[in-house]
Design a protein around this ligand. Structure first.
Ligand SMILES: [Fe+2]
Length: 355
């Protein structure tokens, strides 16, 4: 028998009545992996209850079947997130894993096609729908708090932006009314759709980076002027990729404008103040907050309180002399990038998730 490698998975990820296309193992008292369910076999509620009664907190799959497991997670994500017996942090970890795959696939396929296909939009929308169902549960804010400080990678960053954006908007209906002035007259389905569309904008905000050569995107040292100009094209690239898709105009605008600064010094169009769409102004705030509070290869994650201080400009004068080693020079004066009114609302929201 070949030397198998296993990975542990939470039993809550296995949905009763489903037919996993991978084998599931448990660990015997002697520490050996023994087959618990064969691939393609229906898993019953009775089997799962017995597993819980026997105290199995983890089950195992063969690492070689990881792809089948990931496909299963995506297919059953809605049921997994609705499982009342599963802790929120495990649900968040599964959501993160599945959505990372979806976003990675979206980037790779869009890069090959040169645009974002209807199939990718559909898959993204389905992902956002499930995220919203999960976020609707109050405890999900705790799971969201745990995501702060994780590594900064393009795909994971996109997912965190999705979570923060929809959770923040759900807590600030007045902003949804600014995004759509007819919001109050919409029925519940249309209200949910609006939130989903905002989530799609957050998830795909950096899709234009799929067009940037990897050597520029992943360069370790400082960028030269030409490379920096290439990076600055990504909001336009994102718009071009989505231009013919069915996503609403305000989503396309938010993606195009997510690097515009409130003081007019952003890119690509140097828009200023309320010329920038509301959703783009929100993405700008959350994008920077997540970048600052995430671990990067060249920089440790800042605690949320420090990131907020920098974003509101507290100690920015001192930081020029005292805190320089700790701060990225680009962060000095960053407060002028944001709509102060929205930033205040975001800070109040952070207070809620940290509580
Ligand atoms: Fe961006």
């Amino acid at each position: 028998m070949p030397n198998r490698k296993y990975m542990s998975i939470p039993p809550g990820a296995i949905i009763p009545g489903s037919l996993p296309r991978f084998k599931i193992y448990i660990i015997s008292q002697s520490g050996r992996h023994i087959l618990w369910a064969a691939d393609g076999e229906k898993v019953t509620i009775e089997q799962l209850n017995k597993l819980a009664e026997a105290g199995h907190k983890e089950v195992y799959i063969d690492l070689e079947e990881e792809v089948a497991y990931e496909e299963y997670l995506e297919e059953h994500l809605g049921d997994i997130l609705a499982n009342q017996n599963m802790p929120d942090d495990q649900k968040a970890a599964i959501f993160s894993r599945v959505s990372t795959n979806v976003v990675r696939d979206s980037f790779e396929k869009s890069f090959n096609l040169g645009n974002v296909s209807p199939e990718i939009i559909k898959r993204t929308q389905s992902m956002v729908k499930k995220a919203l169902i999960f976020i609707a549960e109050s405890n999900s804010l705790n799971a969201l708090a745990k995501m702060i400080g994780h590594d900064y990678k393009t795909y994971e960053h996109a997912i965190k932006l999705l979570w923060f954006t929809v959770a923040f908007l759900k807590n600030n209906q007045d902003i949804l009314e600014e995004i759509n002035p007819c919001y109050k007259e919409l029925d519940d389905v249309k209200k949910r759709e609006l939130l989903e569309q905002c989530g799609v904008a957050a998830l795909l905000h950096d899709i234009g980076k799929a067009l940037i050569p990897q050597e520029v995107l992943n360069k370790k040292g400082p960028l030269n002027e030409v490379e920096w100009e290439i990076i600055k094209r990504h909001p336009l690239g994102g718009l071009a990729m989505l231009l013919e898709s069915e996503v609403p105009l305000f989503v396309k605008k938010a993606i195009l404008e997510h690097h515009e600064d409130f003081n007019g010094n952003g890119y690509p169009m140097n828009l200023k103040g309320n010329q920038i769409s509301v959703l783009a102004r929100i993405l700008r705030i959350i994008d920077v907050f997540d970048a600052m509070t995430s671990k990067r290869p060249y920089k440790d994650a800042l605690p949320p309180s420090k990131a907020v201080q920098i974003m509101v400009g507290i100690n920015s004068e001192e930081s020029k002399t005292q805190d320089c080693e700790e701060l990225d020079k680009r962060d000095i004066g960053i407060r002028y990038c944001f709509d102060e009114r929205l930033l205040k609302k975001f800070i109040l929201f952070l207070g809620k998730i940290a509580a």
